[in-house]
Design a protein around this ligand. Structure first.
Ligand SMILES: Cc1cc2nc3c(=O)[nH]c(=O)nc-3n(C[C@H](O)[C@H](O)[C@H](O)COP(=O)(O)OP(=O)(O)OC[C@H]3O[C@@H](n4cnc5c(N)ncnc54)[C@H](O)[C@@H]3O)c2cc1C
Length: 291
């Protein structure tokens, strides 16, 4: 199928993009890599009459880190994120997940801003964004606001982003000493979307026990979701193999009643995969934390 006709704009500044989006509102759509929006348009599941391509706005591409954390521009591609020394050092789970997205063509154009704004239930970066406790910076012509990861994903393909807001930057706080993060997924063999993917961030205290843990699951339900039961079991304990196994067994509890059952995997199989991926991700995160 082919999409409906649309007008195309390629602004070179953020101000111009924000002005266009404010002007066209619900008729307009931001296009970043285009790897989710264009397929939806070809299927006529989305029919914007105006596309605003933000690919030419260089200021949205930067990746920087300092003592306070990591800042990733919304137009940074999966390839750039996976190869960035700053990301590999400050947020290994993010580099790891970006390097596992789809194939080389998608990684070369697909962006972190597009991935989070689209909130695909099988997308990789939403789980990492949740586990690392990131923050979205969303701007309009008139101002900006920050949206914490825990408030961002609302439902299937639905986020807290307003129609005139553009994501400019994603911030990740510094994880601190003795912290480690990791991402593990069981990928669909054709698309590489997550049948089940788990991101974990673990911080260890001087005595080797877990002082903080954030774990998030993707691919299993309608949106990326924190595995809070898993986190609670880990906290305050020495992360031995049996503790990690017990915690991982609870990885899909928060998704009860919302587990996807489709041609790619049954609900029962997805729940099983969530447990296995949680065990893999938490074990790697603990190792990286020095445990
Ligand atoms: C064959 C194939 C395989 C794939 N496999 C995977 C996979 O393994 N894992 C995975 O996670 N994903 C996968 N994807 C999806 C891919 O990662 C997309 O790139 C991603 O979901 C969307 O990013 P994008 O930059 O292409 O966004 P676009 O398609 O350009 O936009 C998606 C949505 O986000 C909005 N948007 C984009 N940028 C912004 C912004 N800065 N501010 C506000 N709104 C914005 C758009 O308006 C649109 O609604 C696959 C896609 C294809 C085609």
């Amino acid at each position: 199928m082919v999409s409906n006709n649309f007008e195309y704009f390629a602004p070179e500044t953020f101000d111009e993009a924000a002005r266009l989006l404010a002007k066209y509102r619900d008729d307009g759509k931001i296009v970043a890599g285009g790897y989710s929006l264009i397929p939806l348009m070809k299927l006529r599941l989305a029919s914007p009459s105006v596309l605003i391509d933000i690919g030419g706005i260089d200021e949205l591409r930067s990746i920087t880190s300092n003592g306070g954390g990591l800042s990733v521009g919304s137009m940074a591609t999966y390839y750039e994120i996976s190869r960035s020394a700053a990301v590999q050092s400050a947020a290994p789970a993010l580099a790891e997940a970006a390097g596992q997205v789809a194939d080389v063509q998608v990684r070369n154009r697909g962006t972190i801003g597009g991935s989070l704004a689209h909130s695909d239930p099988a997308g990789d970066l939403p789980a990492v964004f949740l586990a690392l406790g990131g923050t979205i910076v969303a701007k309009t012509r008139r101002g900006s606001r920050e949206i914490a990861a825990d408030r961002f994903f609302v439902d299937l393909l639905t986020t807290a982003l307003r129609p005139t807001e553009i994501i400019t930057e994603i911030r990740f706080p510094s994880a601190g000493a003795r912290s480690g993060s990791a991402y593990a997924k069981f990928a669909n063999k054709a698309s590489h979307y997550a049948v089940a993917g788990v991101a974990a961030l673990v911080t260890l205290g001087a005595d080797g026990t877990v002082t903080d843990a954030r774990v998030a699951v993707t691919g299993v339900g309608s949106k990326a979701t924190r595995a809070k039961r898993t986190e609670r079991i880990l906290k305050g304990k020495e992360p031995t193999a049996s503790v990690i196994r017990r915690a991982s067994d609870r990885a899909a509890v928060e998704l009860a009643g919302d587990v996807t059952d489709d041609i790619h995997a049954s609900a029962e199989y997805r729940e099983h995969l969530a447990k296995v991926m949680a065990e893999n991700a938490i074990t790697s995160a603990v190792e990286r934390a020095g445990g």
